[in-house]
Design a protein around this ligand. Sequence first.
Ligand code: NAI
Ligand code: A1CAB
Length: 277
Amino acid sequence: MFEQQEHKKITFIGGGNMARSIIGGLIKRGYPAKLISVTAPTDRTRERMADDFGVNTFEDNAKGANDADVVVLAVKPQLLDVVCERLVADMGGHGDKLYLSIAAGVPLEKLRTYLSGAPRIVRSMPNTPSLLGLGMTGLYAPAGAKNEDKMLCQGLMEAVGKIVWVEEEAGINHVIAAAGSAPAYFFLFMEAIQKEAENMGFDAETARELVQQTALGAAQMVTESTLSFSTLRAQVTSKGGTTAEAIRTFEEGALSELVAKAMRAAVDRADEMAKQF
Ligand SMILES: NC(=O)C1=CN([C@@H]2O[C@H](COP(=O)(O)OP(=O)(O)OC[C@H]3O[C@@H](n4cnc5c(N)ncnc54)[C@H](O)[C@@H]3O)[C@@H](O)[C@H]2O)C=CC1
Ligand SMILES: O=C(O)[C@@H]1CCC=N1
């Protein structure tokens, strides 16, 4: 998978949770650490990146990005304008580099403005399971983007999980709702089950074990089966049994509607961010 990227140097601007997940996933897949650089303002972040993954680190964004082929924009959305403008000013231009943004809610046209008209920009929406090579990333490139650039970004993100291209930029916000933010939904659900298992008398460790092994088993069943989610659910739900009562309780609480509302709230927030940042 890395043939075409063998000589590509990647610099991550920002070394937070998401950059860490992608870098960890790349290293796990055998991407050479010496080709990866990370910039971050704090010593601690840079030290952790160097210690954990053996990548190059820089305090100065432009120094880190100067000889990169691909610059991954991995700072918080609200910092992107300042960070990008400073970056191109310090590099003396956009350098015709390929920029891959992972930021939620910052439209490509705004990125292009912040990056002084850079012609090669791809947007992506990854998620943190990338760290384990189990990421799910949405990618968007504008009409006219070079196929070579698209394939490079695809190859990078495929190295840490699965990818899907969206035709319209708005699709990136739908990927946020269904995948980028979604690990947190599952964690929340697990937190709730663990909490009640503890209320029922299990110690925290046992409660966690009950939840995590069940979540892992369920996710693995979904992955290995061609059956629909609802069929798999039906297989657990004996007529007149315990699961039926639990599911009825979820339905009474309109769980599906609540999930839909939460996903729409994530999209709305991304739309709002697009106006702000
Ligand atoms: N956390 C997640 O699950 C996901 C995050 N994203 C996107 O990834 C981006 C980063 O998010 P997180 O990693 O969660 O945030 P984070 O807060 O963990 O990381 C941001 C990083 O940027 C660094 N930073 C701050 N100012 C900087 C500067 N001037 N120059 C260079 N680096 C600077 C910080 O030190 C920090 O390491 C955001 O745009 C977010 O929308 C996208 C998908 C999923
Ligand atoms: O919460 C956020 O805004 C980012 C984007 C998707 C996951 N984390």
